[in-house]
Design a protein. Sequence first.
Lengths: 356, 356
Amino acid sequence: MTEALAPGSTIGILGGGQLGRMLSIAAARLGLKCHIYEPGSAPAADVAHAWTQADWDDRDALKRFADAVDVVTLEFENVPVPVLEVLEPLVPVRPGRRALATAQDRLAEKEFLAGIGLKVAPFAAVDNAGMLLEAIDRIGTPAILKTRRLGYDGKGQARIMQPTDAPEALAAMDGAPAILEGFVDFEREVSVIAARGLDGETVAFDPGENVHRDGILHTTTVPAALPARLKQDAVLAAAQVLGALDYVGVIGVEFFVTREGLVVNEFAPRVHNSGHWTIEACVVDQFQQQIRAVAGWPLGDGSRHSDAVMTNLIGREGDDWRDLAAETGAGLHLYGKAEARPGRKMGHVTRISPKG
Amino acid sequence: MTEALAPGSTIGILGGGQLGRMLSIAAARLGLKCHIYEPGSAPAADVAHAWTQADWDDRDALKRFADAVDVVTLEFENVPVPVLEVLEPLVPVRPGRRALATAQDRLAEKEFLAGIGLKVAPFAAVDNAGMLLEAIDRIGTPAILKTRRLGYDGKGQARIMQPTDAPEALAAMDGAPAILEGFVDFEREVSVIAARGLDGETVAFDPGENVHRDGILHTTTVPAALPARLKQDAVLAAAQVLGALDYVGVIGVEFFVTREGLVVNEFAPRVHNSGHWTIEACVVDQFQQQIRAVAGWPLGDGSRHSDAVMTNLIGREGDDWRDLAAETGAGLHLYGKAEARPGRKMGHVTRISPKG
């Protein structure tokens, strides 16, 4: 398929969380329909044309889903790779299996990034106590032990401040294959949201500066306090990742800013929490950019008309909606989730101001 | 009900066209659900939680609809008033019957506007040939004969350039009660989109300047080329209409700009085509403002961060979506309508630029 999908076409989305919800809204603006595939609860379904509620291993449901849509994308990077093996012969899946498989395994991700010449933290595979001791020996402490798969927002991670912390950290992995990552002495964290179209066209939003709290993104500020040269480095690195993966869609690439320049932390093969500010501050936001890319449309103008600070509403912070709704210059977003569990992203607010 | 509806509540919308579609999107951003009531085809249903497809006179369907929602609003001013008579005892309807009844009858509308001291074109009720001759005698020519009810975008209207045009104009009314309106010699047309909350708080977006083509809105430009004093007059007139109707929700008020000041043309008791520019140029757009008002939330910050020109895509103009999608600084909207009939609004595009 090299033609752009005509208005009225249907985009299948794997995953039905808040990212899928915002993708569905973006698709609707362009006259496109969305069909959600989500085994659990699906805030996205309220604004989607259709919802298939079925397990990831339900091959019949996946085939019917493939029949019902014109292209498939995802809002959740832990979609099992076998799902894509069922879908790919039946319908274009963007981004494809390689991007997903790489992003799902921290070791494969680090090897890929280092392999295309980007700077990453020192790392080593850790499958057992012996490999962990060797890895600590080579990388030093402090370091972080992480499961290779799953785990996000600080889950499945253990800090090793000194070699004697090793047994406890390994126990925290619960037998799962892991990766030891050297500590990066960074000044700040930034991220770039970039997109690559079906024709290879690549665009990027301005880098944002991220602050985490308890391992969860707390704020993204744009513009980032970053020299122009490093902004360019970040955008070019994101473009390099997109090109090397022959990627179609939006990617979120996170960087540490160090005295020696940028170190890539990780990438997410999807729209990214640190790109939510684009809804208020750009004519075409990251969600519409993703829809345009996977539908084979020209990418949009992602230039920024305002400065922005995005703040996540975690757990009970969403209860402040009345006060937030009354605030000047604030765009409030609530995700329609019924239960405000601790650590759960319930919404976000983006405060904009004239471009400085 | 004086409490704000909590996130997760459901807003019922009478009508399922593009305005309902954009209202549903706005509600979803705030964690609210929408339930569409629309007898015909419903572009809004693709982004709504539920759709009741039933006739306006289906009392059982209306009662079930009332049971399923927490508040009712409308996107279509020609909802038959008996619909509101069924709904109002069961669920809050905002705006209410009075606003709707007034807006549906051009004679009642003119009498209401004149009654609160606003300047309108000279007008007279015309039920038959004798009344038309008397009206022409009093108002003079040129003048426009319009059906009192229905008719929009230039339909149900006939120009009377000289008294001898009267019989043909009256025949064009097809026996419907009509109103003769004197021609207003205007320099430009502007409109104000304003909102009034449940607590009486009133806010307005910057006035937009409108250009019509073949009786259909072609472009809205913001800022309007209007002296500050007249901008204020327009905003105050809109606020006066809202207050006099004890209105809750968004209203669109159209004005002629004449050498003697503003003349009110008409108002629409709903979000308005000439307010679509607010999506790209304001943090809180007219659709979110309507949702906030009817949900009893505080009204949002409708200040404008950019200049904007909104252009409607009528009929086959929507076919240009590929070129429009590739344009810099342009926000493209397609309404998901299957068939591009002549005169049908298929989408719009808003081009923004830094605030001048």
